[in-house]
Design a binder for this molecule. Sequence first.
Ligand code: SF4
Length: 369
Amino acid sequence: MSDDVTPAPKPSSLPNGSPAQAPKRPKAIVLMSGGLDSTLAAKLLQEQGIEVLGVNFSTGFCTTDHKRATAKPGADPKKLRHEGLRAGADLGVPVEIVDLREDYLDVVFNPKHGYGAHMNPCVDCRAHMLKKAKAIMEREGADFVATGEVLGQRPMSQRKDTMRIVEKDSGLEGRLLRPLSAKRLKPTVPEQEGLVDREKLLGLQGRGRRKQMDLIEARGITDYPLPAGGCCFLTDEAYARKFRDKMAHRGQGRMDWDDVALLKIGRHFRLSPSLKLVVGRNEEENAFLERFAEGRVRFESPDVNGPVGLTDESLPSPDEERFCAAVLARYTDGKHAERVSVHVSGPGFERTHEVTPFWDEAVLGPMRV
Ligand code: SF4
């Protein structure tokens, strides 16, 4: 056998003989709702060779989560898809979904920085999410956290002063990058350390989205949800009114996630400080209400099409029960009939009332929440 064998190349090594290691690739945790801005923010970082882990927070007040929870079988899957996961798939990045509900009601009840136009504690909410993102950054050995926030896009949480508060309250000072507005903000630590090229970031400001749309579409991503707002029940005026009514009558300490869920659907009537009636408005809401029937009194007309009704907070007296049946009858196909049968069932009983649908708006109007 010949000795004339070319030796295999040695792995590159340092002068002390230990193998050289490739420089660590910077890593970012990106808050990914799946909307235009967060998708573009993640894409800009990826283009710099930064590894991205997407994080999608579920607060329990997200309207799209609710739509998914109440969808009829066979509903258009595109309308029900999880946009955070869809964006992750488009970008080829993993997305971790984080359920924030455990301590989120405390944020809603006692926001240090107050509410926006309705029950939305946006500054505290952002700080809360970013605190969780910081913990994920530490767990993952990532270098910083990034968001798709744009200076001046939202009146409460995307002003320069509140963006600074959020950064401070989350404990991410210097490690929170907003790639879409970075050039209008103080350089962050990853920019100063050269992990992120500031020159490749943007200096966007204001509510317009045209620029972001052009930039994302130029990168081949065209199927994203249109920025429409209204993705959080807490910013909805009608929801906030029902939420405040509930807080006033139940007290914060007794409100739970079933209360939060029931407020998302139906017509609500407050009959007394400790009794409400909730009436479904369509098939999906009726099906959703059924999930909460246990321990409550349920109303439905067996003979004509109509909604499901449930009492909430306490059990009704016999007079209140008949009144609820008459209110429910008004929303059935027998609303103009002389008498409508309403089947009532509750803990340990069931019976049927023959009632005249209740139309007196002078009485009912003030009960609407
Ligand atoms: S709208 Fe405000 S309260 Fe709702 S999720 Fe967004 S930041 Fe949080």
